[in-house]
Design a protein around this ligand. Structure first.
Ligand SMILES: [Zn+2]
Length: 129
């Protein structure tokens, strides 16, 4: 890979690549080899990705975003469609919460791994030595 060794890594481009579930280094290889299983290394550039320590942060951030969206949406729906039945809310909003969480979780995890990579956290600083 042709990039400066030990230099500063740009955070925003890495976050953008992570949100696209792409390697933070090259932006081409996929971070995950399954829904949330992180590849040990990028299949395109070989950047090691197994150093990540995303742990519980992706679910936390996903729940934070989803909760605000669902509660805000529910309140807005009750305001703008006062005749919408309660049983409709009981079907729509849990479904929105589940689908939004499943969609957001890998994106958020990719972004957090890319953030750790950009800041050279954990083992991502190995080429500094
Ligand atoms: Zn790569």
């Amino acid at each position: 890979m042709n990039r400066p060794v030990g230099g500063k890594r740009a955070v925003w481009p890495a976050l953008k690549r992570g949100l696209q579930m792409r390697c933070p280094a090259c932006g081409k290889g996929r971070i995950f080899h399954a829904y949330l299983k992180v590849s040990d290394a990028c299949p395109v550039c070989g950047e090691e990705l197994h150093h990540h320590r995303a742990d519980d942060m992706p679910p936390y951030v996903t729940m934070f975003i989803t909760g605000h969206f669902v509660v805000g949406g529910l309140i807005a729906a009750q305001e703008f469609w006062p005749g919408f039945p309660d049983w409709g809310h009981m079907i729509v909003w849990p479904a929105v919460a589940i689908l939004l969480s499943l969609w957001l979780l890998p994106l958020v995890k990719g972004a957090l791994i890319a953030y750790q990579w950009a800041l050279r956290m954990h083992g991502f600083d190995k080429d500094v030595k």
